[in-house]
Design a protein around this ligand. Sequence first.
Ligand SMILES: Cc1cc2nc3c(=O)[nH]c(=O)nc-3n(C[C@H](O)[C@H](O)[C@H](O)COP(=O)(O)O)c2cc1C
Length: 216
Amino acid sequence: METKEALRSRRSVKVYDPTREVTDKQLAELFELTTLAPSAWNFQHYQFIAVRSPEQKKKLREAALNQEKVEQASVTLVVCGDLHAYKRADRVAQDFADKGFYGPNGQEKVEKQAKMMAETYQNNPQLARDEAIRSASLAAMSLMIAARDMGLATCPMIGFDADTVRKVVQLPEHLFPVMLVSLGYQGAEPLPRNDRLPLSEVVHIDSFGQPFQSNP
Ligand SMILES: Cc1cc2nc3c(=O)[nH]c(=O)nc-3n(C[C@H](O)[C@H](O)[C@H](O)COP(=O)(O)O)c2cc1C
């Protein structure tokens, strides 16, 4: 499937076929594609919990405003932001040096770069949280497009109680749920897609208030 086609045909699927399971092989391919998403400094400020046992899905559904799809889909993912991504700074900086991003004498810059990157987040908890939400959301979008390409259906969800989700999947303090994503096989055709705003209401040229006039 072409990317344009995947983008056009992706829908937030609300009804799943409870008899069809997503296999480990499919999950592996899906997450391999998902983790190619960009993240600031390649820190990958996210973790995923794939909830698929009937007991865990039932508990997660209760934490998610009783949304049936959480239990009906083969897997529901808890997409988490990671506030401790900066702890990977040494590893990340070493990889940048190894790949030539720091130039010919890159090894000499590893320690300084790692310190600078880690401190950026340690000194600014709001930035650490914003970045985690950005990276996790970009990864979630990649996941939904990859899933579409693999013939799988998804729905992003923000309708949940964060503290209860935390308890259900036993998140450590530095992780927080950014969104849930149901994943499985479509069980019923979605209703027609809701209208999108015209481009002239969402795209501006050069500065806000100069709407883009498309000539399709
Ligand atoms: C951040 C976010 C949170 C959402 N939360 C829910 C949710 O809790 N339950 C639900 O059924 N759909 C949820 N949706 C799906 C939206 O309703 C859906 O994307 C929108 O209506 C457009 O439909 P489409 O994705 O099929 O084009 C959410 C979407 C996003 C991006």
